[in-house]
Design a protein around this ligand. Sequence first.
Ligand code: HEC
Length: 454
Amino acid sequence: MFDLIGRLHPLLVHLPIGILLLAILFEWLPKRKKYRYLKRSIHPILLVGSGTAIFSCLTGYMLSQSGEYESDIVGWHQWMAISLTVYSLGYAWMRTEKGFKSFHKAFSVVLLILLLITGHLGGSLTHGEDYLTAGLTSGSSIDISEVNLQEAVFYDDLVKPILEDKCYGCHGTSKQKGKLRLDEPQHILKGGKDGIVVVAGKIDESELVDRMLLPLDDEDHMPPKEKKQLTEKEIEILKTWIASGADFKKSVKDAGQLATLEKIISSEKSFSISDVPSDEIQAADQTALNELQKMGVVIIPVAANSNYLSANLINASSLDSAIDLLIKVKEQLVWLKTGDQPVTDNHLIKIGGLTQLTRINLDRSQITDAGLTNLKSLASLIYLNLNNTKISAIGFSNLSSLKLQSLYLYGTSIKAEEVALVKKILPATNIEIGNLQVPFLVSDTTEAKSARPK
Ligand code: HEC
């Protein structure tokens, strides 16, 4: 009960704020004759306002006892609120004394200042210290794929930004839900009201991981259901960090996690079987394969015992010759990743001839709308990644024959509003442009669908 009344505090404080503001307003309105009569009501309004302020102080005190608010701001807010309450009572009394008449307006200004300060401190407690400026800096949530893994410090560059984005709001400087702070190494190690939350090297004993993996509907799930959720990649990163010893200083490399993280960060949704054709195919020409390999192209079977191939051009020494060679294995080639190569519209003409492709990743290539048209010949294509390219919504005009299931458009100029245009051409395609509130967790597909712009 105590707890419940405390929790009503953020709501109840609006009463004294509203009522006292009314008193201030009435102090100034009678400058105009027709509002003179309002003057008489200022005294009772101040009394009612003070009364509700006293009540708010009590509920605020109860809330502060919940242990969820530890910051210095609580103390400041509390003393400002008490001063405000005492002051408004004093102000009410002074209004009955004839001698202070010429000071009434000045009193009201002081009351306004006290209200603003107390209110702002309270707001900082409920919404976080940066709540006034938060709207200005939104979009600050990290893009993990931008992190340079070769040099990254595991905690500072990967773990901390995730916790900051998804957890600090309730487990940071201004609030400590469950008596847990996640904003500094020593706090993370200390744990919450139920004890330690991170056990180095042991994911299954770490409460922090447990909570993230609970079903979304479980009331212990973190972050709580209505809040921005962790993405699959973020969960994998946090798990890998704890599994590798939860070290706060080591680089990703020194923690021995470079390969694992590269895999996590470069992976999109896990491949489905439908990405690989079901019919048998004879093995690709061995000389062509050897030449491709010599050129630095990573060309490997998509599965054990399969003749179907995936190619990654990331280390290819010559892009032009690599693409020419790929044509020789086009019957087997189903997945293609151009891996940061400067692929242009001209290359797309040839890629359009790789007719068995089911997945193409053109992330960071130099292609434009004009070149994209060449992909219309790829009847089996179900996955297309155009992240960080110059493609616009217009580029898709000729692609309505594609049977795409997933289309990635992160980091392009295509905005949420324009997704509708693309959607018209490709109605059955999942389009992901990033910056959506709801991540696409498997357990979460219905919610994710409704959040996706139509
Ligand atoms: C909207 C607020 C909110 C956000 C955001 C949030 N939590 Fe929590 N968290 C809570 C509340 C409330 C509790 C206390 C629940 C309870 O008493 O069981 C809690 C408790 C916990 C606990 C258990 C602490 C203990 O010892 O009982 C862990 C671990 C935890 N949160 C982890 C996280 C992580 C990790 C994130 C970010 C990915 C996160 N939380 C984000 C509200 C939040």
